[in-house]
Design a protein around this ligand. Structure first.
Ligand code: CP
Ligand code: NVA
Length: 306
């Protein structure tokens, strides 16, 4: 049966297995062992928004797996000039073994997944960014040796794809999560309620003072996500005071790590000093996009062809 990765909830039963597999394949590959589990398989990658990491990490990851990836910008394929999502999904499913989709909307993502007969992987939409959050949890696991019981804090835009996937991801991983954001940027209730169902502590607050006190992991994301550009000036005003700086890092546990999915805008959501500082793991995190997606693609393929 085909299996998609649209939301973090799609991996609620095997997140640990995917992270373990990703770490194992990373280690094997670095030791020089071949990891060609998807030999001669093809990944189609549809992009409706720009990307550096997602595009390159999926393509290089597929190459390491012995397969091949095709970059499909929505500007250059018929989807961009009105061909339906349904027909695009049905046609691509006849050529490729898996589809990665970076979509403007979560509705379009779900529609593509509904009509595709091959696995569909969400490479970011307006509601979630599951590949990034699985990557981030893998990176935390590598640096801290565990996930369960850690205190995670996210500052900034609480109503974006990263905040929503962090809520679900922390819940599934058994990590307590605090989202610190101005009230009008609080997450959608659905994600907060779903996270709570996993029994972790979920706090949503606009209290910046002590936000990072004694925490294990600090994360942020851009204040202006793709699609929010017209609100840029307003958002910069609204998020005043939410910049993660050295003082905020010092309030956290001594061995706390800093995460950012990138791209980062220094001086806004984080200072460059912190992002490039000794507690930051942002470049391990960027590298791990490739290893986590290798684990994800192998898992989805195995599910279809056990
Ligand atoms: N973090 C992330 O998804 O980066 P890109 O937009 O460069 O793919
Ligand atoms: N929240 C950001 C993530 C970029 C990888 C955006 O959607 O633009």
């Amino acid at each position: 049966m085909k299996r998609d990765l649209i939301s973090m909830l799609d991996v609620k039963n095997d997140l640990t297995d995917i992270i373990t597999l990703s770490i194992r394949l990373k280690q094997q590959s670095k030791r020089g062992k071949r990891i060609e589990h998807l030999k001669r398989k093809t990944l189609g990658m549809i992009f409706e928004k720009p990307s550096t990491r997602t595009r390159v990490s999926f393509e290089t990851g597929m190459n390491l797996l012995g397969g091949h990836a095709i970059f499909l910008s929505s500007n250059d394929i018929q989807l961009g000039r009105g061909e339906s999502i349904e027909d695009t999904a049905k046609v691509l499913s006849r050529y490729v073994d898996m589809i990665m989709y970076r979509a403007k909307s979560n509705e379009a993502m779900k529609e593509l997944a509904a009509y595709a007969t091959v696995p569909v992987i969400n490479g970011l939409d307006n509601k979630e960014h599951p590949c990034q959050v699985i990557t981030d949890l893998m990176t935390i696991q590598e640096h801290k040796g565990k996930l369960k019981g850690l205190q995670f804090v996210y500052l900034g835009d609480g109503n974006n794809n990263m905040a929503h996937s962090y809520l679900l991801g922390c819940g599934i991983a058994g990590m307590n999560i605090r989202i610190v954001a101005p009230k009008k940027y609080w997450p959608e209730t659905y994600y907060v309620e779903e996270a709570k169902k996993f029994g972790v502590t979920v706090e949503i607050t606009d209290k910046i003072k002590d936000a990072t006190k004694e925490v294990d992991v600090i994360a942020t994301d851009t204040w202006v996500s793709m699609g929010d550009e017209t609100e840029k000036e307003k958002r910069i005003k609204d998020f005043k005071g939410y910049t993660i700086d050295a003082a905020m890092m010092n309030a956290a546990k001594k061995d706390a790590v800093f995460l950012h999915c990138l791209p980062a805008y220094y001086g806004y959501e984080v200072t460059k000093e912190v992002a490039h500082g000794k507690q930051s793991v942002i470049f391990d995190e960027a590298e791990n996009r490739m290893w986590a997606q290798i684990g994800i693609m192998v898992t989805l393929h195995r599910h279809m062809f056990p």
